[in-house]
Every structure is written in C-alpha cells, then in structure tokens.
Design a protein around this ligand. Structure first.
Ligand code: ADE
Length: 237
C-alpha cells in the first residue's frame, strides 16, 4: 500500500516510523510519503490560508496549494479527516485497508476551501471522515489514528491474525475483560473460570461479558446487534 500525506506540519508524522507501522514500512509492505503543503505555494510568505468569504472567525485553507498538491501526488482515494465528516468505523478501516493508494489531506484552521474537495471528487474517490464529536486543531493526529486502524489490518502486519477476529468491534460487540499473570494481585483474583481450562465455559463467559459490557457502555451498538446472532443462553444474560 502506498500512502501520501499532505500537511503543513510534516513533523507530526514521526510516530509513523515506530512500532508495527515502522516495521511495515521497513519490510516494504507499506510506503509512506509525507509532503509539506507549503511546497506548492508561490508567494514569499508561503501562505496557505485566508479569511473566510461571508465573514466569521478563523481562517480557511486556500484552494491553490491544495489543488497543485493533489495534482502532484494523486490520483488515489482521498481521505480528509474533518469534524464534519462521516464517523470513521472499523468497517471503513477494512475498506481502506483493501486499497493500493491512499492520500490524506490534513486541514487546519476552519478547514479547506470546499472547492478543493469538490474538484478532487471529479477525479478520485473522496471520503471526509470524523473521529468523533469533538474538534481537534487539525487532521494530523486523526491521520495517525486512521493509519493505525488500517495498517494493522494489512496481511502480515500483525503476528497473530486471530487478534483481528477476536477484538472489539470485529463481531459488533465490545471485547470481554482480559487478564494475565499473576493469578492474584493486590487481593484481586483472575476469574476462576479463565483458569479452569474448560474452553466451552470460557467462551461462554467471554460472550456474556461482551454482551454485558456492550449493553452498559454502548447501548447504541446493542440496539443494532442482529437479534438472530443472539442464542438462548444470551437471552438469560
Ligand atoms: N479534525 C478536526 N477535528 C476532527 C475530528 N473530530 N475528526 C477528524 N478530523 C478532525
């Protein structure tokens, strides 16, 4: 997979050299290029923003540098993190992980001139995505989050592919609590069932915990959980 990231703060992306993303890059599974948007400015001040038409607070990113930047690095699927985007989900992560070419455009200030998005959409798929109902300074941190969600789904990146099927959101439910050694810590014991070796009972316990957690923390997920996926034992929970 090839990923191009365009930002006025290329230094934000140092963490993409670390850990499993860094390893995926070293092994050639992932090719990432970070571009400074100011490369595509032509004035001495390397200006990327201006006041909004119609008035209002803050500044808007000018279309010209963005247009040139996207002409230079495109085409590919353009991902624009934004508080006005569609909520980014695990399903989106899977879809993006299946693509060969991604371009991330990091907006700052009050956002990017809308014509940049509309113009790009004539030539490439565009997705405006939001990480949640809050506002960040810009798209940079959001890109790192989205990259983590995508890269761990690329074949060969996670040592144990089972982690992907077991984890939260994979089955539409939150994962059960997890424990490791020691069996007793600060007078708190690991649930006996997990030490029983009875795989049937352990699976049942995990399933119950998933349902309880999801119902209490994410009633929104529970209400769309397919009723047909519940069995008799679930209904007792
Ligand atoms: N940029 C600013 N706020 C954001 C958010 N909530 N999600 C994605 N990108 C953003």
């Amino acid at each position: 997979m090839r990923v191009d990231i365009i930002s006025i703060f290329p230094d934000y992306f140092g963490p993409l050299e670390l850990s499993l993303i860094g390893k995926a890059r070293q092994t050639g599974r992932l090719d990432v290029a970070v571009h400074d948007l100011r490369t595509w400015t032509s004035d001495v001040h390397r200006t990327v923003d201006d006041t909004p038409y119609g008035g209002g607070p803050g500044m808007v990113m000018r279309p010209e540098p963005w247009g040139q930047a996207l002409d230079a690095v495109g085409p590919g699927t353009l991902v624009v993190p934004s508080p006005v985007g569609k909520p980014f989900t695990q399903a989106d992560a899977h879809e993006l992980a299946s693509l060969d070419r991604l371009i991330f455009a990091c907006g700052r200030y009050e956002g990017i001139d809308q014509r940049v998005i509309d113009d790009a959409a004539d030539r490439m798929p565009v997705r405006e995505v939001s990480l949640g109902d809050y506002v960040l300074f810009g798209g940079e941190v959001a890109v790192i989050v989205i990259m983590e969600a995508i890269v761990r789904l690329l074949p060969g990146v996670l040592g144990n592919a089972d982690s992907l099927t077991e984890e939260s959101h994979a089955a539409g439910l939150l994962e059960a609590p997890v424990y490791t050694k020691p069996a007793s810590w600060r007078s708190r014991d690991v649930p006996e069932i997990l030490r029983s070796g009875d795989h049937g009972r352990i699976a049942r316990w995990r399933r119950d915990q998933s349902l309880l957690r999801t119902a209490s923390r994410r009633p929104d997920m529970m209400s769309v959980y397919p009723v047909d996926d519940l069995d008799k034992a679930d209904r007792k929970t």
